[in-house]
Design a protein around this ligand. Structure first.
Ligand SMILES: Nc1ncnc2c1ncn2[C@@H]1O[C@H](COP(=O)(O)OP(=O)(O)OP(=O)(O)O)[C@@H](O)[C@H]1O
Ligand SMILES: [Mg+2]
Ligand SMILES: [Zn+2]
Length: 235
């Protein structure tokens, strides 16, 4: 699994058009980018490997991109723009960006992250991303809500959290976020993504083989891509 990571990163979509399926989620993000503005608090929910972190990165990159305009509402990805780092690095990391996993998050971590907002720049929002937020202790989520309320009017930040277990979260928590739900694409959508990858990599698989991968992996993009990669490396 580990060795396929660079391959997965290579095929992590950098724009909404490249995200397979997930039409409703993509429509929400497009709407924010073109008309409504990026919300303060977004919760990405959905099956593991279906695109939560991918969409969060596109949104984070858009939030810091300096070259967006009505004709190009998505992050530009140019080398000299802060958005390119967010789109390219395997982890959302670096100045103005905080990334944590719920599994080892403490109340002090959250307090620390919000104190960092004091040092933000007026034009560039601080990006906070908490993955697997359901694995954090409830007191971490409680303090998070308190701090969001305290800071939301005076500081420029985008808080994104991600979970594949919405049922483990308190309603009060979920309700304070705008929710984006991801799911596996259809078989046709997943097949066309695998076809595109095969073309680029010159993998010699026919449609029947690719369809079998889609079915075996229930069309979950990460799992399909890892299986494709595994089969190709066994050739
Ligand atoms: N909808 C999608 N379209 C195209 N590729 C996708 C899609 N979803 C996932 N992928 C591929 O799978 C990889 C993992 O996806 P991602 O990190 O977005 O999943 P996730 O939903 O955040 O999973 P987890 O719950 O494990 O964090 C990406 O690097 C990308 O290659
Ligand atoms: Mg993720
Ligand atoms: Zn940019």
């Amino acid at each position: 699994m580990l060795k396929s990571d660079p391959f997965l990163e290579r095929y992590r979509p950098g724009c909404l058009d490249d995200v397979a399926g997930n039409h409703l989620a993509k429509r929400m993000l497009r709407n924010w980018l073109t008309r409504m503005g990026i919300p303060r608090t977004v919760l990405f929910c959905g099956e593991s490997g279906s695109g939560k972190t991918t969409l969060a990165r596109i949104l984070a990159a858009a939030a810091v991109c300096l070259n967006r305009n009505p004709e190009h509402p998505e992050p530009c990805g140019r080398d000299d723009c802060p958005c390119s780092r967010l789109l390219r690095e395997p982890i959302m990391f670096g100045r103005g960006t905080t990334c944590r996993n719920g599994v080892d998050m403490t109340v002090d971590d959250v307090k620390y992250d919000f104190r960092e907002l004091y040092y933000g720049e007026p034009d560039a929002p601080i990006i906070i991303f908490y993955d697997e937020i359901h694995r954090a202790p409830q007191k971490v989520r409680d303090i998070l809500l308190t701090l969001v309320e305290k800071y939301r009017d005076d500081y420029n930040f985008v808080l994104m959290a991600s979970t594949w277990a919405t049922n483990e979260l308190e309603h009060a928590f979920i309700n304070r976020f705008l929710r984006v739900t991801t799911s596996a694409p259809t078989e046709t959508e997943m097949l066309s993504l695998l076809r595109r990858i095969c073309e680029k990599e010159s993998f010699p698989f026919d449609d029947e083989t690719l369809l079998n991968i889609c079915r075996d992996e229930c069309c979950v993009p990460r799992n399909c891509i890892v299986t494709l990669w595994t089969q190709a490396s066994q050739l």
